[in-house]
Design a binder for this molecule. Structure first.
Ligand code: ADE
Ligand code: ZN
Length: 333
Protein backbone atom coordinates (compact mmCIF):
# COMPACT_ATOMS: atom_id res chain seq x y z
CA UNK A 1 0.00 0.00 0.00
CA UNK A 2 1.31 3.46 -0.87
CA UNK A 3 0.97 6.70 1.03
CA UNK A 4 -0.17 10.00 -0.39
CA UNK A 5 2.13 13.00 -0.29
CA UNK A 6 -0.34 14.55 2.17
CA UNK A 7 -0.19 11.58 4.56
CA UNK A 8 3.60 11.61 4.54
CA UNK A 9 3.75 15.36 5.08
CA UNK A 10 1.36 15.11 8.04
CA UNK A 11 3.67 12.67 9.85
CA UNK A 12 5.84 14.79 12.22
CA UNK A 13 9.30 13.85 10.98
CA UNK A 14 12.87 14.17 12.16
CA UNK A 15 15.83 14.45 9.80
CA UNK A 16 19.12 13.46 11.45
CA UNK A 17 21.27 12.62 8.46
CA UNK A 18 21.51 15.60 6.17
CA UNK A 19 24.42 17.74 4.98
CA UNK A 20 23.75 21.41 4.33
CA UNK A 21 26.19 21.05 1.41
CA UNK A 22 23.69 18.66 -0.16
CA UNK A 23 20.82 21.16 0.00
CA UNK A 24 22.09 23.68 -2.59
CA UNK A 25 19.62 23.65 -5.45
CA UNK A 26 20.56 24.22 -9.07
CA UNK A 27 19.15 27.77 -9.13
CA UNK A 28 21.22 28.78 -6.09
CA UNK A 29 24.39 27.28 -7.57
CA UNK A 30 23.93 29.03 -10.90
CA UNK A 31 22.99 32.34 -9.23
CA UNK A 32 26.11 32.29 -7.02
CA UNK A 33 28.34 31.20 -9.91
CA UNK A 34 27.08 34.07 -12.04
CA UNK A 35 27.35 36.60 -9.20
CA UNK A 36 30.96 35.60 -8.55
CA UNK A 37 31.99 35.22 -12.19
CA UNK A 38 32.70 31.50 -11.78
CA UNK A 39 32.29 29.49 -15.02
CA UNK A 40 30.16 26.33 -14.79
CA UNK A 41 32.38 23.27 -15.34
CA UNK A 42 29.56 21.66 -17.38
CA UNK A 43 26.24 22.79 -18.84
CA UNK A 44 23.59 23.55 -16.21
CA UNK A 45 21.59 20.38 -16.99
CA UNK A 46 24.66 18.21 -16.35
CA UNK A 47 26.04 20.21 -13.43
CA UNK A 48 25.03 17.70 -10.77
CA UNK A 49 26.81 14.67 -12.11
CA UNK A 50 29.24 12.40 -10.31
CA UNK A 51 30.26 8.80 -10.11
CA UNK A 52 31.19 7.40 -6.69
CA UNK A 53 31.90 9.08 -3.36
CA UNK A 54 35.20 10.77 -4.26
CA UNK A 55 33.69 12.56 -7.25
CA UNK A 56 30.68 13.45 -5.13
CA UNK A 57 32.86 15.04 -2.43
CA UNK A 58 34.78 16.96 -5.12
CA UNK A 59 31.46 18.26 -6.41
CA UNK A 60 30.62 19.45 -2.87
CA UNK A 61 33.95 21.32 -2.82
CA UNK A 62 33.04 23.11 -6.03
CA UNK A 63 29.49 23.94 -4.97
CA UNK A 64 30.50 25.26 -1.54
CA UNK A 65 33.34 27.30 -3.03
CA UNK A 66 30.60 29.43 -4.61
CA UNK A 67 29.66 30.80 -1.17
CA UNK A 68 31.74 33.94 -0.63
CA UNK A 69 29.84 35.81 2.09
CA UNK A 70 28.43 34.86 5.46
CA UNK A 71 25.05 35.89 4.06
CA UNK A 72 25.24 33.00 1.56
CA UNK A 73 25.48 30.51 4.44
CA UNK A 74 22.69 32.29 6.32
CA UNK A 75 20.37 32.20 3.30
CA UNK A 76 21.07 28.56 2.58
CA UNK A 77 20.28 27.65 6.20
CA UNK A 78 17.02 29.61 6.07
CA UNK A 79 16.13 27.98 2.77
CA UNK A 80 16.68 24.56 4.36
CA UNK A 81 14.26 25.46 7.17
CA UNK A 82 11.65 26.42 4.54
CA UNK A 83 12.17 23.05 2.85
CA UNK A 84 11.78 21.38 6.27
CA UNK A 85 8.42 23.07 6.77
CA UNK A 86 7.21 21.97 3.32
CA UNK A 87 8.18 18.41 4.18
CA UNK A 88 6.56 18.34 7.62
CA UNK A 89 9.95 17.98 9.32
CA UNK A 90 9.58 19.18 12.91
CA UNK A 91 13.18 18.78 14.02
CA UNK A 92 16.44 18.51 12.10
CA UNK A 93 20.09 18.06 12.98
CA UNK A 94 21.98 19.33 9.95
CA UNK A 95 25.68 18.70 9.34
CA UNK A 96 27.97 21.28 7.85
CA UNK A 97 31.56 20.58 6.93
CA UNK A 98 33.51 23.86 6.76
CA UNK A 99 36.35 22.15 4.86
CA UNK A 100 34.16 22.16 1.73
CA UNK A 101 33.57 25.94 2.01
CA UNK A 102 36.96 27.01 0.79
CA UNK A 103 36.16 30.69 0.28
CA UNK A 104 34.67 31.35 3.69
CA UNK A 105 36.23 31.29 7.16
CA UNK A 106 34.96 28.58 9.53
CA UNK A 107 33.41 31.21 11.81
CA UNK A 108 31.47 32.79 8.94
CA UNK A 109 30.14 29.45 7.73
CA UNK A 110 29.02 28.24 11.14
CA UNK A 111 27.74 31.52 12.57
CA UNK A 112 26.01 32.34 9.26
CA UNK A 113 24.12 29.05 9.40
CA UNK A 114 23.24 29.49 13.07
CA UNK A 115 21.87 32.97 12.29
CA UNK A 116 19.80 31.49 9.46
CA UNK A 117 18.38 28.81 11.80
CA UNK A 118 17.72 31.41 14.52
CA UNK A 119 15.85 33.60 12.05
CA UNK A 120 13.90 30.58 10.83
CA UNK A 121 12.96 29.70 14.42
CA UNK A 122 11.82 33.29 15.05
CA UNK A 123 9.67 33.08 11.90
CA UNK A 124 7.95 29.89 13.10
CA UNK A 125 9.85 27.53 10.80
CA UNK A 126 10.97 24.09 12.08
CA UNK A 127 13.56 23.63 14.78
CA UNK A 128 16.95 23.23 13.03
CA UNK A 129 20.14 22.36 14.89
CA UNK A 130 23.69 22.09 13.66
CA UNK A 131 26.50 19.53 13.84
CA UNK A 132 29.92 20.65 12.65
CA UNK A 133 31.58 17.97 10.62
CA UNK A 134 35.21 17.04 10.14
CA UNK A 135 36.25 15.42 6.90
CA UNK A 136 38.19 12.21 7.30
CA UNK A 137 40.74 13.30 4.69
CA UNK A 138 41.22 16.70 6.38
CA UNK A 139 44.60 17.51 7.96
CA UNK A 140 44.80 17.49 11.77
CA UNK A 141 45.73 21.19 11.75
CA UNK A 142 42.67 22.17 9.74
CA UNK A 143 40.37 19.95 11.85
CA UNK A 144 41.84 21.56 14.96
CA UNK A 145 41.05 25.07 13.71
CA UNK A 146 37.44 24.02 13.17
CA UNK A 147 36.96 22.41 16.57
CA UNK A 148 38.69 25.28 18.36
CA UNK A 149 36.14 27.62 16.81
CA UNK A 150 33.29 25.34 17.89
CA UNK A 151 34.53 24.98 21.46
CA UNK A 152 34.97 28.71 21.85
CA UNK A 153 31.53 29.63 20.39
CA UNK A 154 28.85 27.66 22.24
CA UNK A 155 25.33 28.10 20.87
CA UNK A 156 22.06 26.42 21.83
CA UNK A 157 21.59 25.13 18.27
CA UNK A 158 25.12 23.79 17.92
CA UNK A 159 24.73 20.29 19.31
CA UNK A 160 27.83 18.40 18.32
CA UNK A 161 30.54 17.22 15.98
CA UNK A 162 30.46 14.67 13.22
CA UNK A 163 32.84 13.04 10.78
CA UNK A 164 32.18 12.49 7.10
CA UNK A 165 34.20 12.12 3.93
CA UNK A 166 35.83 9.06 2.46
CA UNK A 167 37.04 6.44 4.91
CA UNK A 168 38.60 4.42 2.14
CA UNK A 169 41.05 7.29 1.58
CA UNK A 170 41.77 7.94 5.27
CA UNK A 171 42.04 4.60 6.98
CA UNK A 172 43.52 5.87 10.26
CA UNK A 173 41.10 8.75 10.62
CA UNK A 174 39.27 7.42 13.71
CA UNK A 175 42.50 7.58 15.68
CA UNK A 176 43.30 11.03 14.34
CA UNK A 177 39.82 12.41 15.12
CA UNK A 178 39.50 10.69 18.51
CA UNK A 179 40.99 13.52 20.65
CA UNK A 180 38.55 16.06 19.15
CA UNK A 181 35.62 13.79 19.77
CA UNK A 182 36.73 13.02 23.33
CA UNK A 183 36.87 16.75 24.02
CA UNK A 184 33.45 17.27 22.44
CA UNK A 185 31.91 14.61 24.65
CA UNK A 186 33.54 16.11 27.75
CA UNK A 187 31.94 19.42 26.76
CA UNK A 188 28.52 17.72 26.58
CA UNK A 189 28.37 17.79 22.78
CA UNK A 190 27.12 14.85 20.71
CA UNK A 191 29.35 12.86 18.35
CA UNK A 192 28.08 11.13 15.23
CA UNK A 193 30.36 9.47 12.70
CA UNK A 194 29.95 8.31 9.10
CA UNK A 195 31.08 4.69 9.00
CA UNK A 196 30.12 1.50 7.23
CA UNK A 197 29.56 3.33 3.95
CA UNK A 198 33.07 3.74 2.51
CA UNK A 199 34.35 1.25 5.10
CA UNK A 200 33.18 -2.23 6.06
CA UNK A 201 31.90 -3.35 9.48
CA UNK A 202 35.39 -2.82 10.93
CA UNK A 203 34.90 0.93 10.26
CA UNK A 204 31.74 0.92 12.38
CA UNK A 205 33.49 -0.89 15.24
CA UNK A 206 36.44 1.52 15.03
CA UNK A 207 34.11 4.56 15.09
CA UNK A 208 32.64 3.25 18.37
CA UNK A 209 35.80 1.90 20.02
CA UNK A 210 38.33 4.47 18.94
CA UNK A 211 36.35 7.41 17.58
CA UNK A 212 33.98 7.66 20.55
CA UNK A 213 30.90 7.89 18.31
CA UNK A 214 27.49 7.89 20.02
CA UNK A 215 25.68 7.23 16.79
CA UNK A 216 26.62 6.13 13.29
CA UNK A 217 25.69 7.75 9.99
CA UNK A 218 25.03 5.02 7.42
CA UNK A 219 26.48 2.02 9.31
CA UNK A 220 24.78 -0.26 6.80
CA UNK A 221 27.79 -2.51 6.19
CA UNK A 222 27.54 -3.59 9.83
CA UNK A 223 25.14 -6.14 8.36
CA UNK A 224 28.20 -8.17 7.31
CA UNK A 225 29.19 -8.92 10.92
CA UNK A 226 26.72 -10.78 13.16
CA UNK A 227 28.56 -10.02 16.41
CA UNK A 228 28.65 -6.30 15.60
CA UNK A 229 24.91 -6.34 14.87
CA UNK A 230 24.28 -7.91 18.29
CA UNK A 231 26.37 -5.19 19.88
CA UNK A 232 24.59 -2.36 18.03
CA UNK A 233 21.25 -3.85 19.01
CA UNK A 234 22.16 -4.42 22.67
CA UNK A 235 23.77 -0.98 23.11
CA UNK A 236 20.95 0.80 21.22
CA UNK A 237 23.45 2.55 18.92
CA UNK A 238 21.50 4.61 16.38
CA UNK A 239 22.20 4.03 12.68
CA UNK A 240 21.12 6.96 10.49
CA UNK A 241 20.49 5.13 7.24
CA UNK A 242 20.12 6.77 3.80
CA UNK A 243 18.62 4.27 1.37
CA UNK A 244 18.58 6.40 -1.82
CA UNK A 245 22.05 7.78 -1.19
CA UNK A 246 23.44 4.25 -0.89
CA UNK A 247 21.63 3.09 -4.02
CA UNK A 248 22.74 6.12 -6.08
CA UNK A 249 26.26 5.68 -4.66
CA UNK A 250 26.29 2.09 -5.95
CA UNK A 251 26.71 0.49 -2.51
CA UNK A 252 23.56 -1.63 -2.90
CA UNK A 253 20.60 -2.00 -5.21
CA UNK A 254 17.11 -1.25 -3.87
CA UNK A 255 16.62 -5.03 -3.57
CA UNK A 256 19.87 -5.78 -1.74
CA UNK A 257 19.87 -2.77 0.61
CA UNK A 258 20.02 -4.00 4.23
CA UNK A 259 17.68 -1.39 5.78
CA UNK A 260 14.89 -3.92 6.40
CA UNK A 261 17.27 -6.49 7.88
CA UNK A 262 18.64 -3.89 10.31
CA UNK A 263 15.12 -2.73 11.20
CA UNK A 264 13.77 -6.25 11.66
CA UNK A 265 16.67 -7.10 13.92
CA UNK A 266 15.47 -4.35 16.25
CA UNK A 267 18.34 -1.92 15.71
CA UNK A 268 17.73 1.75 16.45
CA UNK A 269 17.43 2.70 12.79
CA UNK A 270 16.44 6.12 11.43
CA UNK A 271 15.93 7.14 7.79
CA UNK A 272 17.48 10.31 6.37
CA UNK A 273 18.28 11.76 2.97
CA UNK A 274 22.03 12.64 3.20
CA UNK A 275 22.14 15.19 0.34
CA UNK A 276 18.55 15.56 -0.87
CA UNK A 277 18.82 18.30 -3.52
CA UNK A 278 21.86 16.69 -5.14
CA UNK A 279 20.17 13.29 -5.12
CA UNK A 280 16.89 14.74 -6.42
CA UNK A 281 15.13 13.53 -3.30
CA UNK A 282 13.07 14.72 -0.33
CA UNK A 283 12.41 13.13 3.06
CA UNK A 284 8.76 12.40 2.11
CA UNK A 285 9.94 10.74 -1.11
CA UNK A 286 12.52 8.75 0.81
CA UNK A 287 9.91 7.45 3.26
CA UNK A 288 7.54 6.70 0.41
CA UNK A 289 10.28 4.75 -1.34
CA UNK A 290 11.31 2.61 1.65
CA UNK A 291 7.68 1.98 2.64
CA UNK A 292 6.98 0.82 -0.93
CA UNK A 293 10.08 -1.34 -1.01
CA UNK A 294 9.28 -3.12 2.27
CA UNK A 295 5.49 -2.88 2.49
CA UNK A 296 5.88 -0.78 5.62
CA UNK A 297 2.81 0.65 7.30
CA UNK A 298 2.38 4.10 8.84
CA UNK A 299 3.15 2.42 12.20
CA UNK A 300 6.59 1.50 10.85
CA UNK A 301 7.18 5.08 9.68
CA UNK A 302 6.07 6.36 13.10
CA UNK A 303 8.47 3.94 14.76
CA UNK A 304 11.34 5.36 12.68
CA UNK A 305 10.47 8.81 14.09
CA UNK A 306 10.43 7.51 17.69
CA UNK A 307 13.84 5.98 16.98
CA UNK A 308 15.08 9.34 15.70
CA UNK A 309 13.83 11.10 18.84
CA UNK A 310 15.81 8.62 20.92
CA UNK A 311 18.88 9.21 18.72
CA UNK A 312 18.67 13.03 18.73
CA UNK A 313 21.16 15.18 20.64
CA UNK A 314 18.61 17.64 22.09
CA UNK A 315 17.48 17.66 25.73
CA UNK A 316 15.08 15.15 27.31
CA UNK A 317 12.42 17.87 27.68
CA UNK A 318 12.69 18.65 23.96
CA UNK A 319 12.43 14.93 23.19
CA UNK A 320 9.29 14.67 25.34
CA UNK A 321 7.71 17.48 23.32
CA UNK A 322 8.57 15.71 20.06
CA UNK A 323 7.09 12.44 21.41
CA UNK A 324 3.93 14.29 22.34
CA UNK A 325 3.62 15.57 18.73
CA UNK A 326 3.98 12.02 17.46
CA UNK A 327 1.41 10.71 19.93
CA UNK A 328 -1.07 13.35 18.76
CA UNK A 329 -0.43 12.27 15.17
CA UNK A 330 -0.99 8.61 16.10
CA UNK A 331 -4.24 9.49 17.83
CA UNK A 332 -5.41 11.18 14.62
CA UNK A 333 -4.89 8.04 12.49
N1 ADE B 1 29.32 14.25 2.77
C1 ADE B 1 28.13 14.45 2.20
N2 ADE B 1 27.54 13.27 1.91
C2 ADE B 1 28.40 12.30 2.32
C3 ADE B 1 28.38 10.89 2.29
N3 ADE B 1 27.35 10.19 1.80
N4 ADE B 1 29.44 10.23 2.78
C4 ADE B 1 30.48 10.90 3.27
N5 ADE B 1 30.55 12.22 3.33
C5 ADE B 1 29.52 12.93 2.86
ZN1 ZN C 1 26.11 11.65 5.07
Amino acid sequence: MGFSEQQLRALPKLELHIHLEGTFDLDTMCRLAEKNGVPLPRPREALISFSGLSEFLDLLDWICSLAREKKDARELAYHFAEYAREQGIVYAEVMVNPSHWKNLAVGDVVSGILEGFDQAGADGLPDCRLLVSLRREQSAASAERTVEWVFSHPHSRLLGLSADGNEALAKDSNRHLAPFFAKAREAGLGVTVHAGESSGPEGVAAALDCGGAQRIDHGVRAVEDGALLERLQKDRVPLNVCFTSNVVGGLYSAETHPLKRLYDKGLLVTVGTDDPMLLNNTLCQELSKVAGQYDWTMEDLVRLQYNAIQAAFCTEEEKDRLREQLRLFEASL
